[in-house]
Design a protein around this ligand. Structure first.
Ligand code: ADP
Ligand code: MG
Length: 145
């Protein structure tokens, strides 16, 4: 079972990300799912805020990953949109960031077959500012897809 939320603007999505951050712990891997412009990066900004990141969070589309030192936990934010094969993931040291102390947020996690996120955030709705956001947590036994 997932928990379903609706947000009416970017600020509300940031608040929801902040709320999720309060329950995150080291080693959590969060898949952020939804099409281009759904609000994955906006949600990530909220999570970062909640983890105590001061820096501005921007999309890692071209860099593939950005790491932030939150005062509560370190955050690694990935965007795998441009990843074409598993080998590229190894080149960027992707697997070294998983587990350990980091919280990992992964946009387009479906482009990397080998990840097992324990939390999934599915954002849908586009065209206007309303978004439906479903959060599947570990206890929901999310197994991919
Ligand atoms: P993605 O990372 O999923 O491609 P972004 O987070 O970069 O998408 O962009 C989402 C865009 O949608 C932003 O321009 C944001 O201002 C806008 N937006 C409008 N309404 C919302 C909402 N309810 N939640 C999140 N973003 C929203
Ligand atoms: Mg994005």
């Amino acid at each position: 079972m997932a928990t379903t939320y609706a947000t009416n603007n970017a600020e509300e999505t940031i608040s929801l990300g902040e709320k999720l951050a309060a329950s995150l712990k080291s080693g959590d891997v969060v898949a952020l799912c939804g099409g281009l412009g759904a609000g994955k990066t906006v949600f990530a900004k909220g999570v970062a805020k909640g983890l105590g990141v001061d820096e501005e969070v921007t999309s890692p589309t071209y860099t593939l990953l950005k790491q932030y030192m939150g005062s509560r936990l370190p955050l690694c934010h990935f965007d795998l949109y441009r990843i074409e094969d598993e080998q590229e993931l190894e080149y960027i040291g992707f697997y070294d960031f998983l587990g350990g102390e980091n919280v990992c947020l992964i946009e387009w996690a479906q482009n990397a077959g080998n990840i097992n996120p324990n939390i999934k955030v599915q954002i849908s709705g586009k065209g206007n500012d309303t978004r439906v956001i479903k959060i599947y947590e570990e206890k929901d036994a999310y197994t991919g897809g």
